[in-house]
Design a protein around this ligand. Structure first.
Ligand code: ACO
Length: 333
């Protein structure tokens, strides 16, 4: 069986920086509260001419360059997002068109914060079985357009940011490197604890706007923050340990843990629970907020650029989010 490596990474974040002070002009919040509860100092919000797929395009171009391949060597796309350009089709096909990639397949993944690891797991299986050689795996999110920017939405709005990250997953020349395993979980009974109800087939646009206008809360994301927090700090260590056990490794073997950037407090909790040092856990939520499916590939690309991901290192990716879904991946770089 083949082994799959991450041959190249890239990320793109919009230029427009929105600080906590900027948010305090829109709603009743403040820099101190946001930093203390989340660690976030600023996030990026896209300008009007950008979209989920346009950010993905920029991140993908960088990943292709970093991998040193020709774009026509890509034979499949897996695109993770909860904020697609259109209700349908998903943005995978838009990215295929914008990259000029002939008629290769494009698969859209809907697993929110765990989306990138789910997408990576799909790519890993296709490489392992020999079906494809180079797969473009992308996570991209445009949150800012759909957030409630009044005080009513402050518990959610201050957390999320826009951005995209991409990776080229390729057949490894040797089997001692690459993705060792991926572990995927879900618990649908908690779907409505972190959700955007409408518009959807359960609540179409005419119903939402039927006499209520845009004040209907169903058009904004809802998050039961405390409930999500409690589950996240349990599931993160659980799924990391599952990956370590599967590969007969220990937490001390991890060179770098790249958790989904949900909340700095969650990452710090996981760090302590796993007995890791601060240097072993990558954090960039301070700059970008929570970019959902984009957060891990952005962090991975940034960590690589900062020299924190080196050949031979044991890299652990882990995520938890809406669904609930949670996942991990262990990679020998
Ligand atoms: N600014 C100021 N005050 C605020 C804000 C804000 N932005 N948001 C809420 N508050 C107030 C609340 O109204 C409440 O006031 P009250 O006591 O007068 O009622 C008080 O602050 C405390 O609110 P809580 O919601 O209890 O605050 P908590 O300490 O739980 O922090 C937070 C909220 C940051 C959302 C936290 O619950 C959390 O991090 N949860 C995890 C959520 C998460 O990480 N989600 C992302 C992962 S999932 C994914 O990525 C999709």
């Amino acid at each position: 069986m083949n082994s799959a490596i991450i041959k190249g990474t890239g990320y793109y974040v919009p230029e427009n920086i929105v600080t906590n002070d900027d948010l305090s002009k829109l709603m009743d919040t403040n820099d101190e509260w946001i930093i203390e509860r989340t660690g976030i100092k600023e996030r990026r919000w896209i300008n009007n001419d950008e979209s989920t797929s346009s950010m993905a395009l920029e991140a993908s171009k960088k990943a292709i360059k970093d991998a040193g391949i020709d774009k026509h060597d890509i034979d499949f796309i897996v695109f993770a997002t909860l904020s697609p350009d259109y209700y349908f089709p998903g943005p995978g096909v838009t990215l295929q068109k914008e990259l000029g990639l002939n008629t290769i397949g494009a698969l859209d993944v809907r697993n929110q914060c765990s989306g990138f690891i789910y997408a990576l797991s799909v790519a890993d299986q296709y490489i392992k079985t020999g079906m494809y050689n180079n797969i473009l795996v992308v996570g991209s999110e445009y949150h800012s357009g759909g957030l409630d920017k009044t005080t009513r939405g402050r518990g959610v709005t201050v957390i999320f940011g826009d951005g995209a990250g991409a990776a080229i997953v390729s057949k490894s020349p040797n089997n001692d490197r690459g993705i060792l395993s991926t572990h995927l979980h879900s618990q649908g009974e908690h779907a409505e604890e972190l959700t955007l109800i409408g518009p959807s087939t359960r609540r179409w646009v005419p119903e939402i706007f039927d006499g209520k206008g845009k004040d209907d809360e169903a058009i904004y994301p809802y998050m039961n923050g405390t409930f999500v927090f409690k589950h996240a700090v349990t599931r993160f260590p659980e799924v990391i340990n599952e990956a370590l056990t599967k590969n007969k490794l220990q937490s001390t073997d991890i060179d770098l843990l790249i958790p989904h950037q949900a909340n700095l407090r969650i990452s710090q909790f996981v760090q302590k629970k796993m007995g890791l040092s601060e240097n072993q856990v990558f954090s960039n939520i301070q700059k970008y907020g929570n970019t959902t499916a984009a957060s891990i590939p952005i962090a991975l690309a940034e960590a690589k650029l900062e020299g924190k991901v080196k050949k031979g290192d044991l890299i652990c990716l882990a995520a938890f989010g809406s669904g609930f879904t949670w996942a991990s991946a262990l990679i020998r770089w």
